[in-house]
Design a binder for this molecule. Structure first.
Ligand code: NAG
Ligand code: NAG
Ligand code: NAG
Ligand code: NAG
Ligand code: ZN
Length: 507
């Protein structure tokens, strides 16, 4: 019972007494009131206001049945480190259904970690003129070159890979070791990565190892195409890719400028679309590393403004990437980030912010600062729930969070995904999308693994088909596409969705 604040305490006490005596001191709470409250909570959840058709309800019932079964299994996959349960998830009927589901758009993905390591090793490293060196830190570097390159500090002499392989007795074993070099995936994550520092160091090492491979122009071309294909095969129609500052190079080590790379993205996307008419396209978010200085970031912002002016259809905006705990904060870069408004132009921001559990530090304030800089979305926003004002602002201005559950678990912000802060936001209908961040590093492809974790782990039994449907719709509505292109993407998605429902509501 709710006591109006203006009533005096005597009167309210009287009301309580009257209320209790009517109810009878020992009777249970009113079941109708309870139902009403539960209904209200349900309606506030993500997807809570979505009407499901009869066919959708049938799929929902089946899905809930499968999920209940899954929740009683041991180990319960979302509670464990993803690397140790990936094989269980792959066999999960819920996961298999999610794979078939049209998921809309992938909005938080880094270009350098979007293609499976299998392709990187079996395709990219098997090309002619590929050289390798072995670093002192148990990693590798690659470079394509016409002649043997000059040795690099901290690395063995360069060896041409085809020559090296020809002298090996067990090439598959060697190739497997190269794959291990290009991913964080391992069977014993708890011992390999005891702390955030250790796992982040390996993370940066992998990016460095992969860089020489994928910035080689001929590889880059096929790499983009392969990345789009892996997403498409997971029933994704559209992608927004963060791309870093590395320049593409040719065999003679001449390099291409940023405009060339963006044009390449446009060409490859068009090429892919010609072969896959249901694919809507891709846009890029140019990003600078947080370890850069203010003047470097200023330059990167300036370049992003310029590129957006030249390629408005392909450049979506700008972001700061890299480990937040160690790099400059958004506030630290405020002069550089104010440049567009000083120049009187608009550059949309898509900031990584709040990918941290350093509560109360300067880093932790990135979520609020991202919003003050009018960010279009918040990458991760893991720390958002600690900031009531930022949370409210994000909600009322419809600035969604890009939730990447597996990334957060592997990088050690949370171990049991049922405890992910997005669970709070999901039950509150907070704007969000689900994405996969760095699939090749985490041993995933597409979005299905992260959707599974969001649906089964973070969402719990309260998440249902309507939750999944809202997440897919969100991914299109919160994309940087124009309203017109969003409508087009929605139409394609809806057709695929209805097909998916029809195919799965029969049994
Ligand atoms: C790599 O993939 C490309 C594009 O799919 C293909 O044309 C090429 O033959 C492949 N190369 C190798 C070495 O497998
Ligand atoms: C990287 O590959 C090399 C060469 O096979 C191997 O010796 C090394 O152990 C690998 N490193 C990792 C981290 O797997
Ligand atoms: C992109 O395609 C256009 C038109 O075919 C071509 O002129 C241009 O050189 C291509 N650019 C790149 C980087 O591939
Ligand atoms: C953010 O948007 C508000 C309202 O449109 C505007 O007044 C403000 O100048 C913008 N801030 C920045 C840093 O662009
Ligand atoms: Zn990211």
């Amino acid at each position: 019972m709710i006591i109006p604040p203006e009533t005096s305490s005597d009167v309210s006490l009287l009301m309580v007494v009257v209320f209790l005596s009517i109810q009878g001191c020992h009777s249970a709470p009113d079941p109708k009131q309870r139902d009403q409250m539960l209904k209200q909570e349900r309606s506030e959840r993500l997807g809570g206001r979505m009407e499901l058709s009869e066919d959708e309800q049938r799929v929902d019932v089946m899905l809930q049945r499968l999920k209940i079964k899954e929740m009683s299994t041991s180990p319960f996959p979302p509670a464990k480190h993803f690397f140790t349960v990936r094989h269980l998830i792959q066999n999960s009927p819920v996961f298999k259904l999610i794979q078939k589901m049209p998921k809309g758009a992938a909005l938080h993905l880094h270009n350098s970690a979007m293609v499976s390591v299998d392709w990187l090793v079996m395709n990219a490293t098997y090309r002619p003129n590929c050289y390798i060196c072995f670093t002192w830190g148990n990693s590798v570097n690659f470079i394509f070159s016409m002649t043997t390159p000059f040795p690099r500090w901290g690395c063995s002499l360069w060896k041409r890979l085809d020559v090296l392989r020809a002298g090996l007795s067990d090439v598959p074993k060697f190739d497997e070791s190269l794959m291990r070099n290009l991913t964080l995936f391992t069977e014993d994550p708890e011992t390999s990565y005891p702390t955030q520092d250790v796992v982040w160091e390996r993370f940066e090492t992998v990016f460095y190892a992969v860089n020489g491979l994928i910035t080689y122009a001929p590889v880059l071309k096929d790499h983009i195409y392969q990345g789009l294909k892996e997403l498409y095969d997971d029933n994704i129609q559209y992608v927004e890719l963060r791309i870093g500052q590395s320049k593409a190079y040719e065999l003679d080590w001449s390099t291409h400028d940023r405009a060339w790379t963006i044009e390449l993205f446009r060409n490859i996307t068009e090429n892919f679309r010609a072969n896959h008419p249901e694919f809507v396209g891709s846009r890029v978010i140019l990003s600078a590393h947080r370890s850069s200085g203010v003047s470097q970031v200023k330059q990167a912002v300036q370049e992003a403004v310029e590129m957006q002016r030249r390629f408005p259809d392909i450049v979506a905006g700008f972001d700061l990437v890299g480990r937040e705990d160690k790099g400059g904060t958004i506030w630290y870069f405020r002069d550089a980030l104010s440049l567009p408004s000083k120049l009187g132009t608009k550059l949309p921001f898509f900031f990584h912010a709040g990918e941290t559990n350093l509560d109360g530090t300067d880093v932790d304030r990135n979520v609020l600062d991202a919003l003050l800089f009018n960010t279009s979305r918040i990458g991760h926003g893991f720390a958002l729930v600690h900031h009531p004002l930022a949370r409210q602002l994000s909600r009322t201005t419809r600035v969604p969070l890009e939730i990447c559950p597996i990334s957060n678990q592997v990088l050690k912000l949370v171990s049991d995904l049922r405890n992910h802060p997005a669970a709070v936001l999901m039950s509150d209908g907070h704007p969000m999308v689900v994405s996969s961040d760095d699939p090749s590093l985490f041993g995933t492809t597409g979005l299905s693994y992260d959707f599974y974790q969001a649906f089964v782990g973070i969402g719990g039994l309260d998440a249902n088909l309507a939750t999944l449907k809202e997440l897919a719709i969100n991914s299109i509505r919160y994309s940087s596409l124009s309203t017109q292109l969003q409508d087009k993407a929605m139409a394609v998605w809806l057709e695929n969705w209805n097909k998916f429902i029809a195919e799965n509501s029969e049994t």
